[in-house]
Design a protein around this ligand. Structure first.
Ligand code: PMT
Length: 398
């Protein structure tokens, strides 16, 4: 999987930097092109000459090459990389990454990187379990970085505990399996709905809900990152997908969302219904503004909107996978499993507004995934980007 891949290996100043030489060798042996970026402290632990000999490329450390005045562009490097691996990542480098302290070439490149970033921490056990390190690592995770957990064992201080940088072979395996996974939906067409629907009352008012689109957009980005061709049918939101390959179809009302879904579902292998669709719409939307002074308007007559997920459930043919969401406030599991059956879904993602940090507008969510065999798996509260990884993993397993 690593053949032809562009890897940036960032090395910061820790004793485990000596293992980075083996890591360069393993990447090169696997067919990858490796560009080493080392921090000034890193050079105290391993020489650039060793690393450039193994990688076949000059090692970058400074913003400028002193003798030629050549500028090392962190932006170009960030675009060049298919993956960036920071090994070893010291407490100081992790803190700078978490907080955007761009005072060396490694951090500026990290901030510019468009690719997946892997972080292999390495430090003494007390530094590792200090609340600031724990918090910074959690921040990196929330940015979507993959943390390659340090191993337990004897450390350079001769203390025994967690903090040893993972062995180069295992770091290579983590990067390799990332690329393998990134192709897991290649050739698949995925339809995703996201955001709210707005149901028009008059030209200035509507019935809507609090959905920001964050959950659905994260799922769309994750599916696209795994090679899927993604169509995202989106209600009115203020965000865009990160992945430029995602096709966005903008709609406003539930009936427009239904039309778009009916158009794209027949060609889709997978559909994931994340949108918060309004269940009712005004029966007689007006084309002029309702005036407060006119007292003839005191009741809003509503009609039931179509159930998009249930409609697709009825259209579904063999081999298509349909995933719904359930947003609940009570009787969560019972309601979710009832929707799973009634809408003919293959899987339902339950989130409850009773869970702190879950649901509308949050950057985090807490979900359970329930399947038709009656199993339900509960996940921890995590950033929506990582919730999307869990959902796409579960869908891929189908
Ligand atoms: O957008 P965010 O701010 O990130 O918030 C994310 C979210 C809370 C909106 C999302 O995680 C979520 O729970 N989405 C589903 C919201 C919802 O409408 O749930 P529901 O239990 O009412 O609907 C069940 C399923 O039927 C959903 O898949 C829904 O898309 C679908 N549905 C509902 C009504 C309807 N008329 N047509 C539908 O297709």
């Amino acid at each position: 999987m690593l053949k032809g891949k562009h890897i940036i290996l960032g090395i910061s100043g820790g004793i485990a930097a000596y293992k980075s030489a083996s890591l360069v060798r393993l990447f090169v042996k696997a067919g990858a092109e490796v560009q080493v970026i080392i921090t000034p402290n890193g050079k105290e632990f391993i020489t650039p000459l060793t690393l450039s000999t193994l990688s076949g490329k000059p090692v970058i450390s400074e913003f400028f090459t002193a003798n030629t005045g050549q500028w090392n562009s962190h932006v170009d490097l960030g675009l060049w990389a298919d993956a960036m691996v920071i090994a070893p990542a010291t407490a100081s480098t992790i803190a700078k990454m978490a907080n955007g302290v761009a005072d060396n070439m490694l951090i500026t490149t990290y901030l510019s990187a468009k690719s997946q970033v892997f972080v292999a921490p390495s430090m003494d056990l007390d530094m590792m379990r200090h609340p600031s390190t724990t918090r910074n690592i959690e921040l990196l995770r929330s940015y979507g970085n993959i943390i390659i957990e340090p191993a337990e064992g004897e450390l350079a201080s001769h203390l025994i505990g967690k903090g040893r940088m993972e062995e180069p072979e295992n770091i290579l395996k983590a990067v390799d399996s990332y690329f393998e996974k990134s192709l897991s939906l290649k050739g698949r067409k995925v339809l995703i709905t996201a955001g709210p629907t707005f149901e028009k009352i008059d030209p200035v008012r509507f019935i809507g809900n609090y959905s920001s689109g964050k959950m659905g957009y994260a799922i769309a980005d994750e599916a696209a990152a795994r090679g899927a061709e993604v169509t995202l049918v989106s209600g009115p939101v203020a965000i865009k997908p990160d992945n430029a390959s995602v096709r966005v179809v903008n709609v406003e009302s539930a009936s427009e969302m239904l039309d778009a879904c009916k158009k794209y579902f027949p060609e889709s292998d997978i559909a994931i219904m994340t949108a918060a669709v309004a269940d009712y719409a005004p029966a007689h939307p007006l084309d002029h503004k309702i005036k407060r002074e006119k007292t003839d308007f005191d009741t809003l007559e509503l009609v039931k909107n179509p159930d998009i997920a249930a409609t697709l459930g009825a259209m579904k043919s063999d081999g298509q996978i349909l995933v719904g969401f359930a947003l609940e406030t009570d009787n969560e599991l019972a309601n979710a499993t009832e929707k799973l059956e009634r809408k003919n879904l293959d899987m339902i993602v339950l989130n409850s507004l009773r869970d702190k940090g879950a649901g509308f507008r949050m950057d985090t969510n807490k979900i359970s995934i329930c399947r038709r065999d009656g199993s339900c798996v509960a996940y921890d509260l995590k950033p929506k980007k990582l919730v999307a990884v869990d959902i796409i993993d579960a869908v891929s397993s189908l």
